[in-house]
Write a protein that binds this ligand. Sequence first.
Ligand code: MG
Length: 231
Amino acid sequence: MRYEHVFFDLDHTLWDFESNAKKTLDALYKDMNLGAKGVSEFDVFYKRYLVHNDKLWEKYRNGQIRSDELRWKRMWYTLLDDRIGDEKMAKEMAAFFLEHLPQRNILFPYTTEILTYLQQKGYHLHLITNGFEDVQWHKIRNSSIDHFFQHVITSEASMSLKPHPAIFQYAINKAATSFEKSIMIGDNIEADILGAHGVGMDQVFVNHIGQNSTFSPTYTISHLRQLEDIL
Ligand SMILES: [Mg+2]
């Protein structure tokens, strides 16, 4: 067997972040009565939020902002689009979102099945995630997949973020293996795929949403079931 250790990304790879976040924002919108406070209708609010969130995540990955800024400023900028300059409200929204999001449990189709398959074939399964330690643990417990993973490597514990080599090296040390015996599975070309490629680790690009990429990963799949053809 070529690979012994399988490192998964969590968000957008196994845990359906998009669907879970949308449901949480919908609950936030209703619970905090945002429509009555001058915020645009939910669909507009949601689209704007996605734009700000993406931009701020990129800054966070590049070390330009801290995690706490990311957490509330995505709400703050979304409110500003409606000319609401309310920092307190933005911080309340951030707190609501962070508290409720990890309680959601929507996984991509075949997640539990593929983890079971890989575990039964004797692979050691781990996570490498740029998410926050407490949040990621809640997600995997609430969606009942925590028991599959031997090591959960987060940016907080490793003091590094994908695609930086340090987090991959930290993961390899934790699992007591080598890059050659390991494979990284993730949805983000820059963070997961180029990150793993940079340290000499093979990669599976999980392309659920048909993204274009100029880089050719070791493998590309569009459904988790296809991992059975590789592993
Ligand atoms: Mg991801």
